[in-house]
Design a protein around this ligand. Structure first.
Ligand code: GAP
Length: 462
């Protein structure tokens, strides 16, 4: 196993051990392609979403938020093209066991890049290279497999009640385009942003949170006049770069990949994939940025009969074109954990810690009494804890084990600072330290004495 594969394994194991990510339905043997966020995972995930919303919605005048239903009228997906071949993956089956595989993944495992290939090109390559299933058996010809999850509403039988779980949050935005324009009177260009669940019946979910069947997206549909698209695309590109910096991803670990024409999604005229250098996997997609033209609004106008137009000051209504930055939260969370995972030596012992940015860490700070069996220390520590909790919200109370063990535990979950209330705080040993606490820094291990009255502002600065 390479160091990098080893690193990913350590991260997945830490994530389970410390309550970030658990396998879905674990006590029943799991359910492939599903993962549950534990107490710390949900905190990190929520911080990512909040920061994204602050940057892309609250921090701007040209963005409007939305929270559309996951279940939508099935006609939405016919109009968007998702029920057709455009939203399919190539599927092959093991002729002996019936197990299903993604043909392009099997080819990739054999060193062949299958992006953009037709089914017959895939079949020809499988024959030519004599590619077998992982069990060594022959494979069927490749066929298209649609990734949408189907369900039925109410008690209706047959196709009438058929619905799909949305495979992208984007369509909820398109179908509400007119509602937002009518209610908010936005000035062009403007965007509508949404965070929510999406579902894809992936043939081969794999690589932890990377390819799953249920995941969250943070998406923006940014509406522009056709002749504005290139200039606005360039501006949003900068905003996406700034976002990746804001969540602590190093430039050297991000690559921008211009998707070739023959591999563009069915709706896209230009797409740049932001790829992250995942340990043990290498560069692969983190987020996408597509120019969707007027594909979606035009199709929804035709299919629904509702005008999807914007009326500018000159009074001639038109169908806007769309730029779409689309972020998968699970992949962002994975990248953030990979970037933060650090091993070093502190004092005599080696340790691992998560060097998370303070605005993403599950806990902003942890508070402890030096000894938990000394009521005066506990009482003072509870006072400090309550004060910091009012200020930051996400503050941990940690009185398990000795102080050294608490530091290691908080290091492992990425808490930037630990505050310890000791006998000096009570003024018992050195009166000049009365009402000061020890603040210990996660990355350097340095300790400082800080007055309780200045603690919150100190923590905001460091
Ligand atoms: N609305 C456009 C759209 O959905 P996409 O490239 O199919 O585009 C956008 O998906 C992002 O959603 C991806 O960059 C990725 O971060 C995330 N994503 C897509 N499929 C995923 C899956 N099966 N598991 C985890 N994340 C996924």
């Amino acid at each position: 196993m390479t160091d990098n594969e080893n690193k990913m394994e350590k991260i997945v194991s830490l994530a389970k051990r410390r309550g970030f990510v658990f396998p879905g339905s674990e006590i029943y043997g799991g359910l492939k392609g599903t993962w549950d966020l534990g107490p710390l995972g949900v905190a990190l995930n929520n911080n990512l979403k909040q920061e994204w919303w602050k940057m892309f919605v609250d921090g701007r005048e040209d963005m409007y938020g939305l929270d559309a239903s996951i279940l939508m009228n099935a006609k939405v997906w016919e109009a968007s093209g998702h029920t057709g071949a455009g939203f399919c993956d190539p599927l092959v089956e093991d002729v002996e066991t019936g197990e299903r595989f993604r043909a392009d993944h099997l080819l990739k495992d054999n060193g062949i890049e299958a992006e953009g290939m037709t089914l017959s090109e895939i079949d020809a390559l499988i024959k030519e290279k004599d590619i077998k299933s992982p069990k060594g058996n022959d494979l069927t010809n490749a066929r298209e497999f649609n990734m949408m999850f189907e369900s039925r509403v109410g008690a209706t039988a047959g196709d009438e009640g058929k619905v799909y779980l949305r495979p992208e949050t984007a369509q909820g935005i398109f179908v509400n385009f007119k509602n937002v324009v009518d209610t908010m009177a936005p000035k062009m260009p403007f965007g509508i942003a949404q965070i929510g669940k999406a579902f894809r019946n992936e043939i081969a979910p794999r690589e932890w949170l990377f390819r799953v069947r249920e995941f969250e997206q943070m998406e923006i549909e940014y509406f522009v006049a056709e002749d504005q698209w290139e200039a606005e695309y360039a501006k949003l590109l900068e905003d996406i770069r700034a976002w990746h910096q804001h969540i602590g991803l190093l430039d050297e670990n991000i690559r921008e990949y211009e998707v070739p024409d023959n591999d563009l999604a069915h709706y896209s005229k230009r797409t740049i994939d932001f790829e992250y250098n995942y340990p043990g996997k290498g560069f692969d997609e983190l987020a996408g940025f597509a120019y969707r033209t007027d594909h979606d609004l035009k199709n929804h106008e035709e299919a629904s009969g509702t005008k999807m137009r914007y009326t500018p000051v000159d009074g001639v209504p038109f169908i806007p074109h769309v730029l779409e930055p689309s972020f998968g939260i699970g992949r962002a969370l994975t990248a953030v954990l990979c970037e933060a995972y650090t091993e070093d030596t502190m004092g005599e012992s080696s340790r691992m810690y998560l060097k998370l940015p303070a605005h993403l860490a599950p806990y902003r700070v942890a508070v402890s009494p030096l000894l938990k069996n000394k009521p005066q220390l506990v009482e003072k520590a509870r006072e400090v804890f309550t004060m910091l909790k009012k200020e930051f919200g996400n503050v941990a109370w940690d009185d398990n084990g000795n102080v050294g063990k608490r530091y290691r535990r908080q290091d492992e979950i990425g808490t930037p600072h630990c505050v310890v209330i000791d006998f000096d705080t009570l003024g018992e040993e050195s009166p000049e330290h009365k009402d000061t606490v020890t603040v210990r820094d996660r990355d350097t291990g340095e300790q400082k004495r800080v007055a309780i009255g200045e603690l919150a502002s100190y923590l905001l600065q460091v």
